[in-house]
Design a protein around this ligand. Structure first.
Ligand SMILES: *Cc1c(COP(=O)(O)O)cnc(C)c1O
Length: 387
């Protein structure tokens, strides 16, 4: 496995002889491509999804990234989008139509929820949100017109899991198409297709690129599913990535194995430190024995990523703010999955009309990056002292 993985990340799809034998593949930063004859152009027009014609449909640098991403997710093919949200949206739109019904895990990524509750509802697609910690809730929510299941295991704020094998089996029985947002685990720690899930989405912005300098998204699945999405939603909605971003993604992938394992090593140390600290009420991280779905996490995930949420023993927002403002090594920023550790306090979601979320004010999401764990722990210790 590791031999395959290292080949995949460093060589697969790179065809160096087609790029001057350069060690680093060139960026084909061209919007369109030329042909010597009408016959050659006709051939390209007929194979727009597999051949250079126009970069929205096919670009050699993007194709290199797609080949690696498909292999990483044990999929036949993958598409690269200009954001993770675009990948999720294209998948759901492609497999639903007016009067269809979707079952989605509750508390999915915020923009997945908006896609369903604010956009697709206008086109007659209805959604039921279920507590996915009992996978049978997917079956219970089914109606005669249910065509699509959305899972996100674990989700990236409260870290609830769904048993993907069970959800996929229910879907197969009822001929329902399934999607899993696998951003949290990265393809190294979990492969939903192995459990029978049809399509996997990633925010490539997070672990896959890993350097906080690209926004991109991935959808992986069977050739048939990817062909359908590509020929319709991918081409018409047009959320294609730039070749330069695809190239940066390929560069980021070279260190994927090193980065995610380091982040996971650090997260384990940080999670155990925080769990033992008297000022921390709770740590939400699936590989802690205290996580309510710990056994499922161990069964379904090879390791656990660097994102976690803590609940502080704070009586008011001012105390949370003191903790956050005193953290020096966790940059205060959204997103995650880069080299740098981050913090994202729920109390930052308080607007003039109150909270934009129903999560408690004492929650702070932490992303543990690839710095020295001891430095991160010392920093958390001193900031907890300010609470
Ligand atoms: C960030 C994120 C997304 C959206 O990805 P973008 O690249 O920001 O569009 C989707 N799902 C999860 C779990 C994420 O963390």
């Amino acid at each position: 496995m590791s031999e395959d993985l290292s080949h995949l990340l460093t060589h697969l799809g790179e065809d160096r002889e087609r790029g001057y034998d350069a060690v680093v593949p060139p960026i084909v930063q061209s919007g369109n491509f030329t042909y010597p004859t009408v016959a050659a152009m006709r051939h390209a027009v007929q194979n727009e999804m597999e051949m250079p014609l126009y970069t929205r449909g096919f670009n050699p640098t993007v194709a290199m990234a797609r080949q690696k991403l498909a292999a990483l997710e044990h999929a036949e093919d993958a598409l690269l989008f200009s954001s993770g949200s675009a990948a999720v949206a294209a998948a759901v739109i492609s497999f639903t139509k007016a009067d269809d019904h979707v079952v989605c895990v509750h508390k999915p990524y915020n923009w997945t929820k908006k896609l369903l509750s604010e956009l697709l509802v206008r086109f007659g697609v209805e959604t039921t949100y279920v507590d996915g910690s009992d996978a049978e809730n997917y079956r219970r929510a089914c109606k005669p017109n249910t065509t699509f299941f959305i899972t996100e295991s674990p989700n990236s704020l409260t870290f609830e899991l769904q048993d993907l094998r069970v959800v996929a089996a229910i879907a197969k029985e009822k001929k329902i198409t399934t999607l899993c947002d696998n951003s949290y685990s990265s393809p190294l720690f979990q492969n939903p297709i192995d459990f029978g899930i049809d399509m996997v989405a990633h925010s490539g912005t997070k672990y896959l690129n890993g350097h906080s300098d690209v926004v991109c998204g991935v959808l992986a699945g069977s050739k048939a599913h990817m062909r359908q999405v590509m020929s319709k939603e991918f081409m018409t909605l047009g959320a294609a990535p730039s070749p330069h971003d695809a190239w940066l993604l390929v560069r980021g992938l070279r260190t994927l194995e090193l980065r995610v394992n380091r982040s996971a090593d650090n997260a384990e140390k940080v999670a155990r430190f925080l769990e033992a600290h008297p000022k921390v009420k709770r740590v939400h991280w699936p590989f802690l024995e205290s996580h309510p779905q710990h056994a499922l996490a161990k069964r379904q995930m090879k390791r656990c990523g660097g994102l976690m949420t803590i609940e502080l023993d704070a009586t008011d927002e001012a105390a949370v703010e003191r903790f956050c403002d005193h953290l020096k090594r966790f940059l205060m920023a959204v997103s995650w999955g880069g080299y740098e550790s981050l913090q994202w306090p729920v109390c930052a979601l308080k607007g003039p009309d109150g909270y934009l979320t129903d999560l408690p004010f004492n929650m702070v999401r932490l992303y543990v990056g690839i710095e020295e764990a001891q430095l991160l722990i010392e920093d958390l210790g001193q900031a907890l002292g300010k609470l």
